[in-house]
Design a protein around this ligand. Structure first.
Ligand SMILES: [Mn+2]
Length: 383
């Protein structure tokens, strides 16, 4: 059973105001090509199909086109769940009817999750589609459940699946959330926006160990969660500047007999890449390459030396996402390569760095004096 695992399509998302429909349609072409090339047996989409719970009409059309075309052009069954960005109820629209067409959409949590059963020459594979849910939903469905928080409630629900499932067939779980093995969460790759502050949404991935493959969604960087067979596919496209250096791929999980799984990846070539450029403005503009890409520039010029930098960049790179000037600290850090720990910064300096990083300018004399006087006051009040 060769399954292609993807997640976090975020259809309808825009990047710094640029809608990404063209890139998302291009991904659909790429996906269909890979499904055919790999002779895949099914497609798994582990949540966040849409970027917003009330998706724009263009996004609904794109997903509709995608599901229809994948079914018509490849014939593979599609198994998908809702993520935290989707509205589970909306995604469940016509889902009972769609099952008869080989499209299995699990939008909302049910007290009894029946597996979708597909077969190959090694026997049956049972797919459990567990959509994203909030801990409070569990008590409404299982009144005697006393669990609170993400870890306990996901563990509770996954235990009910594991208790019922046939241990002699191959079992695949498809779910969406922040899973990491106990103590390993710091080594996972994610953006701050993908997880809650303080880690209250963290779920111990050990509850996924009984499955033969766990197709996870939520984190945008492809990675394993403690085991090779417990895995995030990541998003198909770079959805923020912070993802610029990360390659995107589709996971190809080939389940042979029970306990025999082979995992590979297919790199996704985006229609337009997201890149960070660094250097003097003049150089970035005169040595421009792949000008249709989305770029974010870190300029090494002194701020006063360049006029209308964003306009100049956009003349060459029409999809310029933004820019900032390299701060004096960053520049000196690079040149000294000091091994000494950074000295603790004062409030005024931190504020100055903040202004520099966000607007690319430095504080003038008057602003400086204001911040210093505020710093004195804050420090006194803190005592
Ligand atoms: Mn998500």
């Amino acid at each position: 059973m060769k399954l292609v695992h993807t997640s976090d399509w975020h259809i309808g998302k825009s990047l710094c105001g640029f809608p990404l429909y063209d890139e998302q349609y291009a991904f659909l072409e790429e996906l269909i090509r890979v499904l055919q090339l790999e002779q895949a047996d099914c497609l798994v989409i582990a949540g966040d199909l849409f970027d917003r719970s009330v998706a724009p009409t263009q996004a609904v059309t794109l997903l509709s086109d995608a599901l229809v075309r994948i079914r018509e052009e490849t014939g593979v069954p599609i198994l998908a769940i809702a993520g935290n960005h989707d509205s589970g109820e909306r995604l469940s629209f016509l889902s009972k009817l769609l099952q008869n067409s080989g499209v299995y959409l699990a939008g909302t949590l049910h007290p009894r999750i029946e597996p979708v059963i597909l077969s190959d020459r090694f026997g049956e594979v049972h797919f459990y589609l567990l959509p994203y849910f909030e801990p409070a939903e569990v008590r409404a469905l299982w009144p005697d459940c006393n669990c609170a928080g993400f870890d306990a409630t996901y563990r509770f629900v996954l235990d009910t699946i594991v208790r019922e499932m046939d241990p002699y067939v191959r079992n695949v779980i498809v779910t969406h959330g922040f899973f990491a093995m106990s103590g390993e969460q710091d080594s996972m790759l994610f953006a701050k926006s993908e997880v809650s502050i303080g880690g209250s949404d963290l779920i111990n991935a050990s509850c996924l160990l009984p499955f033969d493959y766990a197709a996870l969604g939520h984190l945008h960087t492809p990675q394993r969660a403690g085991r090779d067979y417990i895995r995030y596919s990541g998003s198909p496209l770079k959805y923020s500047v912070s993802e610029a250096a990360r390659e995107k791929h589709l996971v190809i999980a080939d389940l042979h007999g029970k306990g025999d799984i082979r995992i590979a990846a297919q790199t996704i070539q985006p229609l337009h890449d997201v890149r960070i450029l660094q250097g003097p403005l003049q150089e970035l503009c005169s040595h421009a390459q792949n000008c249709e890409d989305y770029v974010y520039a870190i300029l090494t010029d002194s701020e006063g030396d360049v006029l209308d930098p964003i306009g100049k960049l956009r003349a060459v790179y029409p999809r310029t996402l933004g820019l900032r000037f390299l701060s004096r600290n960053e520049a000196s850090e690079k040149s000294t390569l000091s091994a000494d720990p950074a000295p603790r910064k004062g409030l005024a300096e931190l504020f100055e760095n903040f202004v520099q990083d966000t607007s690319g300018r430095t504080l003038d004399k008057e602003e400086h004096a204001l911040i210093e006087s505020l710093e004195g006051r804050v420090c006194r009040e803190a005592l």
